[in-house]
Design a binder for this molecule. Structure first.
Ligand code: S3P
Length: 454
């Protein structure tokens, strides 16, 4: 699907955003493998989260009907209206997903390959769960996922005692689980997915399992485990868990702050005010707001409550005095990994140059975002290039143009935001991929005043 964008719109008003994708994957897995009743609100029916629900349905006959029914209902908010508006996400009107879990012992072999769709988080986290399940499983996915590196998760799971084969380092993953022993694993790359997979495996291992991170990454797995009463210790860059069977739980997933990042940038570019309600404000996810602050974007965060250890509140964007270029160094990158596309979109309109250093991990995402961003910004009439593993974006604004997002949701949304304040019209091919994480993205932007259709 092609989105058409014309200049001159303004993005202002109040909105919610879909529930957080990273949190939803983890809570779904923890609820489906818990013992007892869980009730989850605010789960987004984005394609990635449905993938996790469908995969779990293949593996857990006891909760299959509920998961399948949930995953097959249409996505919320196609008109951009139905998100959680109330800052208290527990008051979300979307009916909750209710499952009666029977514990991890209830996992059975799937009759076919387990299709993770476009979702790397689904594949890597489920590999951690299946590492302890005594049967063979094959985790597969779409063309983009089949090109993504999986040895980073296979290696520690093998060390714990599972048999894991990758396709020359890439997906699909074949895994035969069994009795696991705890390990101390030093992550070679800062990855919350790999950390999460090893911790989920550690819940079914003998002894303690520790993950040591080279740089901090999102901590949703550890927060949820702590809130559920698991034996989890967080010390500096090291997280340790021991065997634990979680009980059922209730929670309302906060709005996705990474989805909100596109609206923040759109408001900053139009110099307008936007208030985003009920959004997750976990500091391991909000670093992009600090980077935007350096660029001159004014925002205020107000934490109003917590859900299963996750801070939730309101995010207000205020008009600033223009956008400046910035430098994002390698050390900061893991905490803004999903927001580099939208930061680059802002950078294309900034005064001065911006620089994203040592960003090779961007090549391993849903598409090669390093090359894609430079090409995308150039296609919209800007100046950007890749030098080694660094991305350089020259500010000064865009003229508009035609660009293909190559099936990558964050690229499609970032390029759409970049095009909003270009001097001429633009067309973004592949806009439908926004459904992977932000159902109703185009409708939400249009409702807030952007001139976008498609
Ligand atoms: C995620 C971790 C990050 C991120 C992805 C979601 C998660 O990936 O890019 O969108 O939910 O754990 P990596 O762990 O590969 O860095």
């Amino acid at each position: 699907m092609r989105a058409r964008i014309r200049p001159g719109g303004r993005v202002e008003g109040e909105t919610g955003v879909p529930g957080d994708k990273s949190i939803a994957h983890r809570w779904l897995i923890l609820a489906a493998t818990a013992e007892g009743r869980s009730e989850l609100r605010g789960l987004t029916r984005s394609l990635d989260v449905r993938s996790t629900a469908r995969c779990l349905a293949q593996l857990l006959p006891g909760v299959r009907p509920q998961l399948e029914a949930w995953a097959s209902r249409p996505a919320e908010s196609r008109d951009g209206h139905g998100f959680t508006w109330d800052s208290d996400v527990s008051r979300s009107t979307d009916p909750p997903l209710v499952v009666e879990g029977e514990g991890r012992e209830a996992l059975v072999a799937a009759r076919a390959a387990i299709d993770c769709g476009n979702s790397g988080t689904t594949m890597r986290l489920l590999a951690g769960v299946l590492a302890a399940a005594p049967f063979p499983a094959r985790l597969t996915g779409d063309v983009s996922l089949l090109a993504r590196p999986m040895e980073r998760v296979a290696m520690p799971l093998r060390e714990m005692g599972a048999t894991v084969r990758t396709n020359g380092g890439l997906a699909p993953i074949e895994i035969e689980g069994g009795a696991l022993r705890g390990i101390v694993h030093e992550l070679a790359v800062a990855s919350a997915q790999v950390k999460g997979a090893v911790l989920l495996a550690g819940l079914a291992a003998t002894g303690e399992t520790s993950v040591v991170e080279p740089a901090p990454t999102r901590d949703h797995t550890e927060r949820a485990l702590e809130a559920l009463g698991a034996p989890v210790r967080m010390e500096d860059r090291r997280v340790t868990v021991a065997a634990f069977q979680q009980r059922g739980f209730e929670g309302a997933v906060p709005g996705d702050v990474s989805a909100a990042s596109f609206l923040v940038a759109a408001a900053a570019l139009s110099g307008t005010e936007v208030l985003i309600h009920g959004v997750g404000l976990n500091p391991t996810r909000t670093r992009f707001l600090d980077v935007m602050e350096r660029m001159g974007v004014r925002t205020e965060r107000t934490v109003l409550g917590t859900q299963l250890g996750e801070p939730v509140g309101d995010l207000q964007v205020r008009p600033g005095d223009g956008i400046e270029g910035t430098r994002v160094e390698t050390a900061e990158l893991p905490l803004v990994i999903d927001e580099v596309p939208v930061l680059a979109a802002l950078a294309a309109h900034a005064k001065g140059h911006s620089f994203f250093a040592g960003a090779s991990e961007l090549r391993t995402k849903e598409s090669d975002r390093l090359g894609g961003l430079a090409a995308g910004i150039r296609a919209l009439g800007g100046l950007a290039e890749v030098e080694g593993d660094d991305l350089l974006v020259s500010g000064g604004g865009l003229t508009g143009g035609a660009v293909d997002a190559l099936g990558d949701h964050r690229m499609a949304m970032a390029l759409a935001v970049a095009a909003l304040t270009a001097s001429g019209p633009s067309e973004i091919e592949g806009m439908e991929s926004a459904e992977v994480s932000f159902p109703g993205f185009v409708a939400t932007l249009a409702r807030l005043g952007a001139r976008i259709e498609g």
